[in-house]
Write a protein that binds this ligand. Structure first.
Ligand SMILES: [Zn+2]
Ligand SMILES: [Zn+2]
Length: 259
């Protein structure tokens, strides 16, 4: 089996209009979307964005009749501590193959908001990783830690700054990720659109030194044109870190595939 993109959005996500068919036209491989479960979303006036599971499964069943691809179910959980009970209630009722864990907002602003260009960078970085550490410790059931640098996308943090400000916290996050048998995602949108590849370069050896072996690769596509974006470039990057296998998820069980 070949590796396939494991971070993809469709119109079941609040911020995408993409159609399944436009992705499926590009691949014969298993296909999974990871739709946003985003509680108290500041980008949506504090609304809880929850994919309609019944409609999602019905859509996958209809597609199954027309496409040869294995169709898997995925979700991207936006962690927000005050809404943890609601997040668990949603997940308890619905079955997924793959759960990504993300840290997108602080209850007031999404971390991609320009607001964060006006705050002290060091404070932002330290707060972001403290929140992530608390969340990764507390949250159970996720398969993958997605885009570990999401909170830094709109500010430019150098590897030197990140190491100086947050290295022990990020290492503690990775210990928790490893203890929970989660994978670390390499997000090509972060690496090549937001130019954060150097931050991945910095932290991958930290993760490996702690025993981390599980990795996934995702484009974070919100439009069909971004599906598997820069996977060739990412492959060279992974090989430079001696990573030649990636985890793919079915019913939360990882299967390692050559990449
Ligand atoms: Zn995300
Ligand atoms: Zn996403």
């Amino acid at each position: 089996m070949l590796y396939y993109d494991q971070h993809v959005h469709t119109y079941f996500s609040f911020d995408s209009d993409a159609q399944f068919e436009d992705y499926l036209a590009q691949t014969q491989h298993p296909f999974v979307t990871t739709e946003h479960l985003e509680m108290a979303n500041p980008d949506e006036h504090g609304h809880d964005n929850k994919p309609d599971y019944h409609d999602y499964v019905a859509k996958l069943e209809a597609l199954h009749a027309k496409y040869p691809n294995q169709l898997l179910r995925g979700i991207e959980v936006g962690y927000y501590a005050p809404k943890l009970d609601d997040i668990y209630a949603y997940l308890d009722h619905n079955r997924y193959d793959l759960i990504l864990l993300s840290f997108h907002h602080n209850g007031e602003y999404d971390f991609q908001d320009d607001h964060f260009k006006t705050v002290d960078k060091k404070t932002l970085v330290q707060n972001y990783y403290q929140t992530m550490l608390a969340g990764v410790r507390r949250f159970d059931g996720a398969d993958v830690l997605a885009h570990f640098e999401y909170g830094l996308r709109v500010v430019s943090v150098t590897p030197t700054e990140l190491a100086a400000w947050a290295r022990p916290t990020i290492q503690a996050i990775f210990r928790e990720v490893i203890a929970k048998h989660m994978a670390l995602e390499l997000n090509t949108k972060s690496m090549y659109l937001w130019h954060d590849a150097a931050l991945y370069d910095l932290v991958i050896p930290w993760y490996q030194a702690l025993g981390g072996r599980l990795f996934t690769l995702g484009s974070d596509a919100h439009v069909p044109e971004a599906f598997q974006m820069e996977f060739a470039q990412a492959k060279a990057f992974l090989h430079a870190h001696h990573i030649t296998q990636l985890a793919t998820y079915q019913d939360h069980q990882p299967t390692m595939v050559e990449f």
